[in-house]
Design a protein around this ligand. Structure first.
Ligand SMILES: *Cc1c(COP(=O)(O)O)cnc(C)c1O
Length: 383
């Protein structure tokens, strides 16, 4: 490429909200680490992916869809919406399909946020909320999380979030459970929150990890859609369903809200293979349950292992755990990369010296723990 005569500063010309953004830092792809270090046998525990992969039925459906890829997908996702409507006992008009649930979060921001408005969410909340909010020129009202000594340490402080809602607030984002903390809010607290937020403010309850949570006090917010017209519940096929690479998620909401989300949606935002795979994945509940059982066994075990190492961790109900070491996060992260293990530094979530590890298959977790021991021992020796 030719070097331009003068170096333009396009950030100056971008929309102010966009110029101020920090790009989302994804987990390092296996192929990238392979390229950089020439390693084989890499394990990635960095993006909360399902280590078992999707249902074999979903894979077959995705493959079969290849025969029709010269056609546009069904822009209305008829078959999948029918299945989701049945699953959730809602009309199809209540469903908005997204290219991942992140797409739906973006649709909410584009439909309801902009300059002069704000979105309320918690500190340490999912990184896509600030990006979606600021990208459209709205303000982020970040509410301090519960303290380290709280039973739900680093979790959402719902009462404070309700208080933070002001005249300019158009959206409240609640991640339940939250990523990267793995914390959650209980039924009574969430219900009270919905009751206390003005009915014109959209409340997004992001349930990306709902399938993993088995606590009796954990609420499925979709049961309250009839009570709160301002409630938007988001779900995804990326986590427990194991379809992260195909990009598909959805929102459940009042049909009027869904209508608005659909006005800003790209006409063919969800591809054909994703629609077919998701439809088949829904029909294979056995596979889903097997994955959840594996996760929850290994999650419990990993928390015990961290405790035995006297490493502080945030108790999690998802398929990941954020833990703290005494060392610089980047040093731990890089040393693990050398061992062929990809996890995720999360100090960029205002969680200093924290890293997040995704729960993997037992043998992957073994390898991670062994490598972590070696790495921490080495860093200790250097300190
Ligand atoms: C992973 C995740 C999502 C899902 O994103 P997709 O776009 O559906 O892959 C949504 N919310 C949270 C909190 C997540 O961690």
């Amino acid at each position: 490429m030719n070097t331009p005569a003068c170096d333009p500063d396009f950030a100056q010309h971008a929309m102010p909200g966009v110029a101020g953004l920090t790009p989302y830092a994804p987990g390092k792809p296996i192929s990238e680490l392979k390229r950089e270090l020439g390693l084989d046998n890499i394990i990635k525990l960095a993006s909360n992916e399902n280590p078992m992969g999707p249902s074999p039925k979903a894979l077959l459906a995705a493959r079969a869809a290849m025969a029709d890829v010269h056609r546009y997908p069904d822009g209305n996702g008829y078959a999948l919406k029918e299945a989701l409507a049945k699953k959730h006992d809602v009309p199809t008009r209540a469903i908005t399909l997204g290219n991942g649930s992140n797409d739906v979060l973006d649709l909410v921001a584009r439909a309801f946020l902009g300059p002069g408005r704000n979105a309320v969410f918690s500190a340490h909340a999912f990184a896509v909320y600030p990006i979606a909010t600021r990208a459209v020129g709205a303000e982020a009202q970040v509410v301090p999380a519960l303290g380290r000594d709280h039973a739900m340490c680093y979790g959402h402080d719902l009462a404070a979030m309700v208080k933070a809602v002001d005249e300019q607030t158009a959206v409240v984002f609640i991640a339940n459970p939250n990523n990267p903390t793995g914390t959650w809010v209980n039924k009574d607290a969430l219900l009270q929150t919905l009751e206390n937020i003005p009915s014109h403010v959209i409340v997004v309850v992001d349930e990306a990890y709902i399938e993993y949570v088995q606590h009796p006090d954990y609420p499925d917010a979709s049961q309250w859609l009839d009570r709160f017209a301002n409630l938007v519940v988001t779900r995804t096929f990326s986590k427990a369903y194991g379809l992260a690479g195909l990009r598909i998620g959805y929102a459940l909401s009042h049909p009027q809200v869904a209508d608005l989300l659909n006005r800003v949606r790209q006409p063919f935002n969800v591809n054909l293979a994703a629609q077919e795979a998701a439809l088949s994945a829904l029909s294979d509940q056995q596979h889903l349950h097997d994955g959840v059982r594996l996760n929850n066994e290994q999650l419990a075990r990993m928390q015990v292992e961290l405790e035995q190492r006297r490493l502080f961790y945030i108790p999690s109900v998802g398929n990941f755990i954020s833990f703290q070491t005494a060392h610089d996060t980047a040093a731990v992260y890089r040393a693990l990369l050398q061992e062929g293990i990809i996890i995720r530094p999360v100090d960029n979530y205002a969680l200093p010296r924290f890293l997040r590890v995704t729960v993997g298959m037992a043998k992957d977790n073994d390898r991670f723990l062994k490598a972590l021991d070696d790495v921490l021992q080495r860093l200790e020796a250097q300190a």
